[in-house]
Design a protein around this ligand. Structure first.
Ligand code: FA5
Length: 340
């Protein structure tokens, strides 16, 4: 038996030398140290030996087992080292290679422009008031002094959702909402938001675009306050040299109504293709809030008055950044968007 144990040990150690990867090592372990291994069998049977043989065989079996386990661990360690060296050799990482840049998002040009507008009006004491995109006929038209069948409704081609509900064609319905909420306090707000018009899409016109409405309600507000506010905005947004020109106009919700133009920033008022050789660019519609609108907002027009204005966001950005087609704003072409 003792000789058999010595042979078993020599055979196992010999076989271990041939092992070259972890899979073979595992097979070796099962064969020589596993539950069904010969060694385990001997260990199991020691009890059945004649008593005088038991101590020597038991001791040697344990010695062989320990020797094989130690050899197994040594081999496992060696294989691990070998694998690590191979990986280091073959999977070398060149830490001096330049990193791949992470692509960063940015704010859309419209958002950037809106934020610039908020900052300018914020410095002039205007708060931002948001109102819904989906409006009622009454707020979009009726309470703005355009009862059903009023011809001025034709100024805004409308996306109707039902007979009573529509996508707002302008931010002006927000005037009524903010007045009804704030009455009888004075008001100085801008109302930004998306507007929708059932219009043909061209280089200058989208069917959805942003507007910023302005509204001031107080006592003894004058047209001069309105013109001063618009001039200050134009100078801060486009540059300190800008000049403003006022023309009479018509909106049902302002009386008198005006349109404000600014000298063309591209030709300095000389006349070019963008300003259609007039030297002027339209910047907004505006006027003194109509007494009927004040009343609809809850204010007594004998005591209160105010001004309102409304302008687009994409068109002023087009002028400022020389963009010749409004469709680029919502075309999602990253080559365009990344320029801002
Ligand atoms: C109005 O919408 C009035 N509510 C403005 C107003 C407010 C007047 C308060 C008086 C008092 P208008 O339809 O002109 O007005 O539109 C205002 C601005 O929206 C235009 O100057 C333009 O910059 C922008 N706009 C209008 N239609 C489009 C369009 N299809 N695409 C892009 N921008 C547009």
């Amino acid at each position: 038996m003792l000789q058999k144990l010595h042979q078993l040990k020599d055979k196992a150690l010999q076989a271990l030398k041939m092992v070259s990867d972890s899979e073979e090592l595992e097979s070796w372990r099962i064969e020589h140290l596993g539950r069904k291994s010969e060694l385990n069998q001997i260990l199991h049977d020691v009890g059945r030996l004649p008593p005088e043989e038991r101590p020597a065989v038991g001791r040697l079996t344990n010695e062989v087992k320990l020797a094989l386990e130690t050899a197994y661990e040594g081999k496992a360690e060696a294989l691990k080292r070998q694998e690590l060296e191979r990986a280091l050799r073959e999977e070398r990482i060149d830490v001096t290679l330049p990193g791949r840049p992470v692509s960063l998002g940015r704010l859309h040009l419209t958002t950037q422009t809106l934020r610039e507008i908020y900052a300018i009006f914020g410095q002039m004491g205007f708060q931002v008031y948001e109102s819904p995109d989906v409006e009622t006929d009454e707020l979009n038209f009726g309470l703005l002094n355009m009862p059903p069948h009023h011809p001025a409704r034709d100024m805004w081609d409308t996306f109707w959702i039902s007979d009573e509900v529509l996508l707002r064609t302008h931010t002006s319905p927000g005037q009524i909402r903010v007045m009804r909420e704030r009455c009888p306090e004075p008001i100085r707000v801008i109302l930004p938001g998306k507007c929708y018009r059932y219009e043909q899409v061209t280089a200058r016109s989208e069917h959805q675009f942003y507007q910023v409405e302005g509204l001031a309600v107080g006592h003894a507000i004058t047209m001069t306050d309105l013109i001063g506010t618009l001039t200050e905005f134009a100078r801060r947004f486009y540059g300190p040299e800008r000049r403003i020109r006022i023309r009479g106009s018509y909106f049902p919700f302002t009386e008198p109504s005006i349109e404000a133009d600014m000298d063309c920033i591209l030709c300095d008022g000389e006349g070019c293709r963008v300003c259609r050789y007039s030297g002027w660019l339209e910047i907004c519609g505006a006027g003194m809030v109509h007494p009927v609108v004040l009343e609809n907002g809850g204010y007594d027009p004998d005591e209160w008055n105010g001004f309102a204005f409304g302008f687009g966001v994409e068109r002023p950005a087009m002028v400022k950044y020389s963009i010749d087609d409004i469709r680029l704003f919502y075309g999602n072409d990253l080559r365009f968007l990344r320029q801002f």
